[in-house]
Design a binder for this molecule. Structure first.
Ligand SMILES: Nc1ncnc2c1ncn2[C@@H]1O[C@H](COP(=O)(O)OP(=O)(O)OP(=O)(O)O)[C@@H](O)[C@H]1O
Length: 430
């Protein structure tokens, strides 16, 4: 059982590549902790530093309160599973799982018993005598997890263990992995760039961006109460609406969020209004998840100060409900461009002062936008920063009319308000 603390940990690779910067994290004993973020944000580097495979450049790494910066991997008693779990090709599944126990000098009868028990838990008990080459990807990964867990490590580290598997298997295995590590109580650090995997498996999640910690908390906390625009957008499928607004304190209405052609008002009694007043006359970013927009019944105007209007352009059927995209003439914000570290000396993932790798921004944007957003609906404005695009809303089981006008009731309590730096205007509670 192990508690992991990263106290101001940094990692600089040769060539002055700042992969991780001033990282403060506490991973509790027995926790299933997920490191989440786009490619290149430093997830694997953190995992490898915890494993002892990569040196810590600055700060302190503590395992159970003991400084571990200079401990060898063996002294840390960690087990690691990678994207393609490595197995000895000339040993059977059972032989692979026996190996760590043989090395440890475990009694043979006890070792056989443990292998049988774990293969049953992993659903590969009928494959004990099979060679790795004859297994499917999912079965191989189960065997690799079994081999890592068999010697009961104090810390279990997994680096995108499901990313080479197809969608169905991923769902099946993520449930099983979560169940298995919880039943053993082994502290587990799990790296992924898949938000659904993170949300469904984790006790807590840390969201990383360019080597920096953006937010950490339970899946519910960081979904409902994200610290930044980046986190709100990353944990969002279908995509969150990120709208550009100007805040105006108006005596009889509260703080009006002016989207240009449309507006909503945050009433004075709302606990956010004192913080919002400080942004009077200035830009803010308003995040509204599709499920926080409800179509107003036909013929009704909708409540004053909490209704947005648009014309339905695109419909998507998602089985349980319809997702609709309505043109509302409201400028939207590109989450990847908000609050990103400036390309100065020591920018994460780049050589000192060098330009970021070509295409990285586009890849991050593609990740953030996910594949549910039809590409043609986005229209860039000439500034290139604000985009005029559609309001995405959940229309429930009633199919809205394509081309029809809709009025949408905004759930003001679930509306997220960020400053221009991408941080929430009110401090998040954790
Ligand atoms: N050995 C190395 N030498 C130099 N730079 C490295 C090295 N390993 C990683 N990096 C850089 O450090 C940054 C963080 O890499 P890391 O692999 O930790 O990211 P990641 O979030 O795990 O990405 P991915 O999801 O693509 O695996 C990247 O910019 C990467 O190019």
């Amino acid at each position: 059982m192990t508690e992991v603390v990263l106290d101001g940990v940094g990692k600089v690779y040769p060539g002055d590549v700042h992969a991780v910067r001033d990282m403060h994290l506490r991973i509790n004993d027995g926790e299933l902790f997920v490191l989440l973020g786009p490619s290149g944000c430093g997830k694997s580097t953190i995992l490898r530093m915890i494993a002892g495979l990569e040196e810590v450049t600055s700060g302190e790494l503590r395992l159970n309160g003991v400084v571990a910066n200079d401990l060898s991997p063996r002294e840390r008693n960690v087990a690691m599973v990678f994207q393609e779990g490595a197995l000895y090709p000339h040993r059977t599944v059972g032989g692979n799982m026996m190996f760590p126990l043989e090395v440890a000098g475990t009694d043979r009868a006890e070792a056989r018993e443990r292998v049988a028990e774990l293969t049953r838990a992993l659903g590969i008990n009928t494959m004990i005598d099979r060679m790795p080459g004859t297994l499917s990807g999912g079965q191989r990964q189960r065997a690799a997890i079994g081999r890592a867990l068999i010697r009961e490590p104090s810390l279990f580290l997994m680096d995108e263990p499901l990313s080479s598997l197809d969608a169905g298997l991923r769902i099946e295995l993520r449930l099983e992995i979560a169940g298995l590590v919880r039943s053993t109580g082994t502290t587990t650090v799990y790296v992924t760039h898949d938000q659904v995997e993170a949300m469904t498996m984790a006790d807590r999640i840390a969201v990383l961006r360019d080597g920096l910690l953006e937010d950490a908390g339970t899946p519910e906390e960081i979904y409902r109460d994200p610290a930044t625009v980046f986190v709100a957008a990353f944990l969002s499928s279908p995509p969150i609406n990120l709208l550009q607004a100007t805040a105006w304190a108006v005596q009889d209405q509260g703080v009006v969020l002016d989207f240009g052609p449309q507006r909503v008002a945050v009433p004075w009694r709302d606990p956010r209004s004192p913080a919002l007043i400080r942004h009077h006359g200035r830009p803010v970013i308003v995040g509204i998840r599709p499920e926080a927009l409800t179509p107003v019944p036909a013929g009704e105007a909708g409540a004053e100060g909490r209704t947005l209007a648009g014309r339905v352009r695109v419909l998507e059927f998602h089985g349980h409900d319809w997702l609709a995209y309505a043109e509302a003439g409201i400028p939207t914000v590109d989450a990847a461009a908000v609050g990103a570290p400036q390309p100065t000396a020591g920018r994460p993932g780049t050589a000192n002062g060098a330009a970021p790798p070509a295409g990285l921004g586009a890849r991050v944007r593609a990740l953030l936008r996910r594949d549910t957003v039809p590409e043609p609906i986005v229209e860039e404005e000439h500034s290139g920063h604000h985009r005029r695009s559609d309001l995405v809303f959940s229309a429930g089981t009633d199919r809205p009319e394509r081309g029809g006008e809709v009025r949408l009731d905004v759930d003001l309590d679930r509306m997220l308000i960020f400053g221009p730096d991408g941080r929430r205007i009110t401090a998040v509670r954790r």
